[in-house]
Design a protein around this ligand. Structure first.
Ligand SMILES: [Zn+2]
Length: 96
């Protein structure tokens, strides 16, 4: 007995419409498995700090953090003054 799908050429999927992405090794990633998923229910947090680089790729000496809710980036220490984008409740900073 043959299982359904035995005749399907696995390479066909690469050209099929839909959320499939051909990867470098020839595999196919279905959906957004590699996407950075944001849990809308989770409270936003500051990610980082990251080193800030200037236009020529050199570190500026500053560090910045990124809101996990809306992606806004602000210099470390300036988070109280961050302006979050629509739909982001901002980061609740605890321990203050
Ligand atoms: Zn935000």
């Amino acid at each position: 007995m043959r299982a359904l799908g035995d005749d399907v050429d696995p390479s066909l999927g690469a050209n099929a419409p839909g959320p499939q992405v051909a990867t470098a090794d020839g595999g196919v990633v279905v959906g957004d498995a590699n996407a950075e998923l944001v849990d809308a229910d989770a409270p936003a947090t500051w990610k980082g700090p990251f080193t800030e680089y200037g236009r020529y790729g050199e570190p500026t000496g500053a560090q910045y953090v990124r809101c996990s809710g809306c992606g806004v980036e602000v210099l470390e220490g300036e988070t109280e003054h961050a302006t979050h984008r629509d739909g982001c409740d901002g980061v609740v900073e605890v321990g203050r």
